[in-house]
Design a protein around this ligand. Sequence first.
Ligand SMILES: Nc1ncnc2c1ncn2[C@@H]1O[C@H](COP(=O)(O)OP(=O)(O)OP(=O)(O)O)[C@@H](O)[C@H]1O
Length: 245
Amino acid sequence: MVAPPDNDVLWARSLHHSHSGSPALTGVSVGVREGEILAVGGPRGSGKTTLLRCLSGTLVPDEGEVWYNSGPVHTLGPVARERLRRDRFGWIDPEPTLVPELCAWENAALPLLLRGVAQRTAKKAALEWLERLDVDTCAKKRPHALLQAQRQRVAIARALITEPAVLFVDEPTATLHRVDRAQVLRTLLTAARSHRITTLLATHDTDVAALADRTVVLIDGRRVNSRENTGTSDAEGIAACSLSV
Ligand SMILES: Nc1ncnc2c1ncn2[C@@H]1O[C@H](COP(=O)(O)OP(=O)(O)OP(=O)(O)O)[C@@H](O)[C@H]1O
């Protein structure tokens, strides 16, 4: 094994992974710097989710290495990987999966309550995150009484409440309307930046990718390019990357 570069908090080399014999990643290498917001772009089915799942230790790649903070992840057993995910990583899915029996603040507080944090402390932290995410007025409502955008904000609060070292975000606004999408993304990325949370954001939307510091693009399970974002739309850049395959 070759040790990863010192300045990358998360690093992967030559990842290969197939789902039931169908290749999803075919030799992807990537490094993420501490505090960086990295977009993983590319069309649907290009391997973005599979890459995030390998990097977060949810999936063990068929081949290749994943390192977090200079420690190998790909050689860890299931219990150690689960502990790493619980203690250091956060994950936001395209569809918010909240516990239906719990109200919004209880859902947001859940990771702290499961760690044994006192209810009063966990509730205070949850209410603060719900306020930052503009859903504090929904704190006592259960998921069925919330709009989809509100549910997603509660799921984001739940992912951020532990202030994870690395946040994995998979198409977080896929199910939202355009206006909600922009607001939710801006709030999420502002929170990640202000807490220096290293963030990997999988998205097929070039406008979303343009909000990150840098974009790596996957096509058919291969990395085709990487570029620093300039703050303007990346549409042309990603289109150009696609043409270079
Ligand atoms: N559990 C699975 N079983 C079988 N094939 C899968 C599974 N998960 C993903 N795949 C396949 O692996 C390839 C990569 O999928 P993946 O979800 O990683 O891509 P993606 O870029 O995240 O796509 P999307 O934007 O649609 O979420 C696709 O061809 C997909 O159909």
